[in-house]
Design a protein around this ligand. Structure first.
Ligand code: GLN
Length: 197
């Protein structure tokens, strides 16, 4: 099983390191051809405006939408979650529009240093470590989207079928829980919404 990681900017290496720790092969995605043979793709943090422009220029915008429509799993963290949303505010910008959420960019404030919190999650019994770096707030969410964890009463980790979005950075911790969950989604697409407790 091979997982692609969008490798334009941001912390794509940290995602790769996490997946390697879980024994999974990764490929850096910069072109449409790189996506071939991947079962899932991770859209990492960074600056969503820059990433969006790159996706559009390289034809990856449509390629990722098609990939998802054909059942490929997509996991967006922070800027990646912004790219997945149907509606983006502060300021408004276009997006892949795959996951029916509205996000407010930099919604938790423009802190330069990262803030770390531990919050309950349905993925495991212990609280989940969440590193926020100028993350978006999920302001509204369609009723059929599953909330796997929240922060300050806002959904922070959400899933619908083959789509997973985190407003924080699970790749910057040593806890593989969220990435392991993504791999389960990739491995069993038919049961992916019921795989979490
Ligand atoms: N603030 C960034 C944006 O709006 C996201 C920050 C991040 O990915 N850590 O695109």
């Amino acid at each position: 099983m091979k997982i692609g990681i969008l490798a334009i900017q941001g912390d794509f290496n940290a995602h790769a390191a996490m997946l390697h720790k879980l024994g999974v092969e990764t490929v850096e995605v910069r072109t449409v051809a790189d996506l071939r043979g991947c079962r899932g793709i991770i859209l990492p943090g960074g600056e969503s405006t820059t990433q969006l422009q790159f996706l559009q220029e390289e034809g990856l915008f449509d390629a990722i939408r098609n990939f998802s429509a054909q059942g490929g799993a997509v996991f967006g963290t922070c800027a990646g979650a912004i790219l997945l949303a149907t509606k983006v505010e502060n300021p408004p910008q276009s997006s892949l529009g795959l996951l029916d959420i509205t996000v407010l960019r930099n919604g938790y404030g423009r802190q330069l240093a990262s803030d770390v919190f531990f919050e309950p999650t349905s993925l495991k019994s212990d609280p989940l470590e969440m590193v926020f770096i100028r993350g978006p707030i999920i302001e509204s969410i369609a009723p059929d989207i599953q909330i796997l964890a929240s922060h300050e009463e806002k959904p922070a980790l959400v899933q619908k079928n083959n789509l997973l979005a985190a407003t924080f950075h699970p790749e910057l911790t040593s806890d593989p829980t969220v990435h392991r969950h993504f791999l389960q989604m990739v491995a069993s697409p038919a049961t992916n919404t019921s795989s979490s407790r």
